[in-house]
Write a protein that binds this ligand. Structure first.
Ligand SMILES: NC(=O)c1ccc[n+]([C@@H]2O[C@H](COP(=O)([O-])OP(=O)(O)OC[C@H]3O[C@@H](n4cnc5c(N)ncnc54)[C@H](O)[C@@H]3O)[C@@H](O)[C@H]2O)c1
Ligand SMILES: [Zn+2]
Length: 363
């Protein structure tokens, strides 16, 4: 037998910067122009954001002589699917985008996940930039390079890792966001606080109203801290081989609840319930002290986030959705990130269906 080995040298530098500044939006076109990342740009956004911010950014880029097309798809998690991806790819081909094009994802986590995924597969991969417009996308989804779409069977089952070239975060864009969407993002900020930055929890406990109102200075500080937590974890484990698993805290049960609710609960709401239920599970295992579990539950309630499963959601589909979670390592047990106390998360891979059933029924 002849064996020919391909010795591939992987020397790609995926490093990038996040820029966080109130009022940054008006400077983005000029900054992109200076970088010369591509010969042509494809702005991808959703139907709500097209008029709010998409056309303005396209106009600003065209004024600077950057060839820029603007595509949008129907807003909402229901459209984070392969049909949307296929349509966008087709439109990009028709608009003459090639391998020197760059995608700019302008929107919440749904736009970021879809547009990033398109960037990772379009003509085998082109570059992309993130401009998150929801609190959730600013503090979490736009950072770390995870992209993907949902299948009917569960969330994010098809996807890729592709790091953006830059991330532009302007907290002033949150002025048009609904209060429910602010709470949605606060859930992920709580998660980052519980994983690795107690000052985040302190700020949220001291100024909950400011956080809920999207007060620019408070939100900017929370964003900077939250982005640092995520960036630090991602840079030590880009492709989720170990450390990055910590970010799944609240998400094992959370994703399953989000899916089983038919996306009536948004991501952050489902993650808030997921964090509380996973804390109850950790408490049952004597990992997390009751006083910590209760304090975290109180904080979530102060931020008007749900902590219990609504009666209208069946338990069985949640277990079904959990079975499709990518992180499960062995048959019949689940991999969860649990808290020992705030700031001390651990990954366990022996959570049983009975334990999950028990918290779903009891809490
Ligand atoms: N890739 C990751 O690492 C990662 C991390 C966390 C979450 N996610 C994904 O993110 C998604 C959720 O993202 P989301 O919560 O941002 O939801 P979303 O993208 O659906 O946005 C929520 C709604 O707000 C609107 N909107 C967005 N910005 C606005 C603004 N500035 N003003 C007014 N309206 C605005 C949108 O049009 C949409 O209707 C989920 O699919 C989740 O799986 C991905
Ligand atoms: Zn999340």
């Amino acid at each position: 037998m002849k064996i020919i080995s391909l010795k591939l040298k992987k020397k790609i530098n995926n490093s990038y910067d996040l820029f966080i500044e109130p009022g940054l939006f008006s400077q983005i076109a000029g900054d992109i122009a200076k970088q010369v990342l591509a010969t042509k740009y494809c702005l991808i956004t959703d139907t709500n954001l097209r008029k709010l911010y998409g056309e303005e950014l396209q106009g600003a880029m065209r004024k600077l002589n950057m060839q820029t097309t603007l595509l949008s798809f129907q807003a909402g998690e229901k459209n984070k699917n392969l049909a949307t991806v296929e349509k966008l790819v087709g439109q990009m081909v028709q608009l003459g985008h090639n391998r020197q094009s760059c995608i700019i994802a302008l929107g919440g986590g749904v736009v970021g996940d879809v547009a990033g995924f398109v960037a990772s597969i379009y003509m085998r991969g082109i570059s992309f930039i993130q401009i998150p417009t929801t609190l959730l996308a600013m503090c979490d989804a736009s950072i770390g390079g995870k992209t993907g779409v949902d299948l009917l069977l569960g969330k994010n089952l098809i996807g890729s890792f592709i790091q953006p070239k830059r991330v532009y975060i302007d907290p002033q864009l949150l002025s048009t966001l609904s209060k429910r969407q602010i709470r949605n993002g606060l859930a992920e900020i709580v998660k980052h606080g519980l994983l690795a930055d107690k000052k985040i929890l302190k700020i949220l406990r001291k100024f909950p109203e400011k956080a809920l109102d999207g007060h620019t200075t408070t939100i900017t500080e929370l964003l900077v801290r939250s982005c640092k937590v995520k960036a630090k974890i991602v840079q030590n484990d880009e492709q989720e081989n170990n450390l990055r698993m910590l970010l799944n805290y609240g998400h094992s049960i959370g994703h399953a609840i989000e899916h089983a609710s038919g996306y009536r609960l948004n991501h952050g709401e489902a993650v808030a319930i997921g964090m509380n239920l996973e804390n109850c599970l950790a408490r049952e295992r004597n990992l997390l002290a009751q006083k910590h579990q209760q304090r975290i539950e109180e904080l979530l309630k102060t931020l008007h986030l749900p902590t219990k499963l609504p009666g209208s959601i069946d338990r069985q589909p949640i277990i079904q959705a959990l079975k499709h979670d990518k992180k499960n390592s062995a048959l019949n047990t689940y991999t969860f990130t649990l808290l020992k106390r705030p700031g001390r998360p651990i990954v366990v891979n022996d959570v049983t269906e009975n334990e999950v059933q028990s918290v779903l029924l009891r809490f």
